[in-house]
Design a protein around this ligand. Structure first.
Ligand code: BGP
Length: 479
């Protein structure tokens, strides 16, 4: 083990991250309703649905839906939390499934069985001194809201969301002190189904309906921030964005400008509204050029201005390199982002370019722009793991990836960045959001579950489990 030589703050929140739909299973347990992830099949088909127009949100009985059982955390949370505790987690980022609390999204009263489930999970975490960090909405919109209202396009969804956040803040006010509103809110620009609860039917949908839906989410976010501060005065509530710093392919000013514009739209637009409380100047021109006219009601802008988030949570997996003049086939950035190949970087098996320095750059960019505390709430390497005959899983590639990213965070802290913590993604193997595969594994804990749904669900500790345990116990000194 190498020594880092750099210090993390004593209060640093080391841990792991998951999302309800990707690990819980328990599809109908406790009267849970169906959410977006429940109607997405696995494999290549899922990616096609996320990227191409026209999806009807129906279940087809002949297909396999990996999120229905996921890794059965619903029934195994005690075992899993005990493993997190063994690694020494200080924090565990998870989400509440909206459909456990309001199965259809538009009921007047919350579902007691769903509320009671998360009470059990939070109590179990506190038993070990693990701080829950809760995402309120992580790609889990109730299907009923999608079908009946068109997802976030409809203003009424703001009212349903308000009911949901009030119910959970009141119920968990003594148990949860760290909250985040919408997971990767900016991802709706590339995957509207996940982020905004509607499918693109034609290219134009990427403009007017998308940004109207965003406006509703920003209002909803401010309502959540206000309610959180009122109901749980000692809590912190953040936004959550997918941050992939955009590099210009070369020093051609045309490309530099294009990279800047892409960065503004993708990385900064949502954060600007939620952190600074204002629509940024650059978006006004974009709206004009794409004939976008928002329906903004009286009081919306004041609300957004007044109730900004306390911190920025963000996911970091890769950087992105851009140039103006590119063919669609030049887009090499794996399965979700656009971007051309960066000749200086290697990529994961899914084409996500590995760039630890990009994390230091991201932390500096975000802190320089906003000067609010930052929290890396997702980062990790999706990889194929092999179980050896003796049962061991030697995931040195994952350790290397995480080590370099942790070093980058330590450097950023020395650069002056205020960093609250690090919860690496998929601390236990779970369903991949973009592909629905189990074989794209991120965990310190292996789960015996495979892309065709087979497997015993048995949990096994990988080599990285022991490594991360040492990282945490030495507060990032031993890497
Ligand atoms: C983020 C999501 C997570 C998670 C992660 C890894 O975009 O917030 O839900 O899944 O990416 O992505 P994937 O599962 O597609 O590998």
């Amino acid at each position: 083990m190498a020594t880092n030589g750099k210090k993390f703050p004593k209060s640093f929140l080391w841990g792991g991250a998951t999302a309800a739909n990707q690990l819980e299973g328990g599809l109908h347990e406790g009267n849970k309703g169906m959410n977006i992830a429940d109607v997405l099949p696995g494999g290549k088909e899922r990616l096609a649905i996320l990227q191409s127009p026209g999806f009807d949100f129906q279940i087809d009985e002949s297909k396999y839906y990996p999120n229905h059982e996921a890794i059965d955390f619903y029934h195994r949370y005690k075992e899993d939390i005990a493993l997190f505790a063994e690694m020494g987690f200080k924090a565990y980022r998870m989400s509440i499934a909206w459909t456990r609390i309001f199965p259809n999204g538009d009921e007047l009263e919350p579902n007691e069985d769903g509320l009671a489930f998360y009470d059990r999970v939070f109590d179990e975490l506190h038993k070990y001194g693990i701080e829950p960090v809760v995402t309120i909405s992580h790609y889990e919109m109730p299907v009923n809201l999608v079908k009946e209202y068109g997802g976030w396009r409809d203003r009424q969804v703001v009212t349903f969301f308000e009911r949901y956040v009030n119910a959970i803040f009141k119920r968990y006010k003594n148990k949860v002190k760290y909250w985040m509103t919408f997971n990767e809110i900016n991802s709706g620009l590339i995957m509207p189904i996940m982020g905004l609860g509607f499918a693109i039917h034609k290219e134009e949908d990427r403009y007017q309906p998308t940004f109207q839906a965003y406006h509703h989410q920003f209002v909803a976010s401010s309502i959540a921030v206000k309610a959180c501060h009122e109901i749980i005065p000692d809590a912190k509530i953040g936004c959550m964005i997918l941050f992939a710093p955009v590099y210009s392919y070369d020093s051609n000013p045309e490309n530099v400008l294009y990279a800047l514009q892409e960065e503004n739209l993708f990385n900064y637009f949502c954060a600007d509204v939620q952190v600074r409380g204002e629509y940024p100047t650059f978006i006004k021109r974009y709206f004009k050029e794409h004939n976008i006219e928002l329906d903004i009601r009286e009081g919306d802008l004041e609300l957004i201005k007044k109730h900004t988030v306390d911190y920025i949570g963000f996911s970091y997996y890769m950087s992105r390199t851009e140039k103006v003049d590119k063919e669609p086939q030049d887009n090499t950035q794996g399965n979700i982002m656009s971007g051309v190949k960066n000749p200086f970087l290697k990529a994961s098996d899914w084409g996500w370019e590995i760039d630890p320095i990009g994390l230091r750059i991201s932390l500096n960019k975000l802190y320089g722009r906003y000067q609010v505390p930052l929290f890396v709430v997702e980062n990790g390497l999706g990889a194929y793991d092999k179980v050896e005959e003796d049962g061991s899983i030697n995931d040195d590639y994952r350790i290397d990836y995480l080590r370099e990213h942790i070093k980058a965070m330590a450097e950023a802290i020395e650069d002056g960045v205020d960093l609250m913590g690090y919860t690496s993604w998929g601390c236990i193997d779970l369903v991949s959001a973009s592909t629905g595969e189990f074989s794209k594994r991120y965990g310190f804990i292996y789960v015996d579950k495979h892309d065709d749904g087979s497997g015993t669900l048995e949990r096994k500790k990988k080599k990285s489990f022991y490594w991360y345990k040492d990282v945490i116990s030495t507060n990032g000194e031993k890497l």
